[in-house]
Design a protein. Sequence first.
Length: 232
Amino acid sequence: MTDSRTALRRGFSVAFVGPDGAGKTTVARRLETDLPLPVTYLYMGVSAESSNRLLPTTRLVRSIRRRKGVVERGPKARAQEPAGRPSVRRRLRATARLLNRVAEESYRQAIASRQMRQGRVVLFDRHFFADYHMHDVDTEGRLPLSRRLHGLFISRVLPRPDLLVFLDVPAEVLFARKGEGTVELLEEMRNGYRRLASAGPTFVTLDADRPLDDVVDDAVAVVLEHAESLNR
């Protein structure tokens, strides 16, 4: 299908990141129609229910876990796992999860890379690099082997977004929007996302504690400015 919007000589990726409640999905979905560029939306987080692309193996694993009543575990839950030497069974399960996680991340990156080769802007809703960086890379203390290996993968192997847009919202507002965690934990997460500014990709912070239209307008301007810098 031919896209009637402005063509790009070179595609690129934009990741909207921030804690839950920052508006990542809402802003990314709005840019699908508001950007005068050919775009592809791709969820790049851990939630199977939110994902628009999943490996068949991931669907199978999530289906089995859901039938057993196992709650989906994200980066925060993994960071709170008990310390100490794990049992053989726990190590095998951690290895299996790691292999499936890396395969899933690689699969979605392959989709994004193909879209960029076609001259499209890939709008990432979240990104594994951003969500796991503070837990598996930018963290103190000795990590379990599976988390150390995953940290190496996302920091050394998985391509990073060309542009990271951090949607910044005060912790008190995030807590009021979602009611999850604590204000202190949400503030810690905000600081973790801010530290991504020194992690490599072009990093932009947008004040997302404003009317949605204003946030979207600024996001459009940031993406268009990045497109112009790449296609001069």
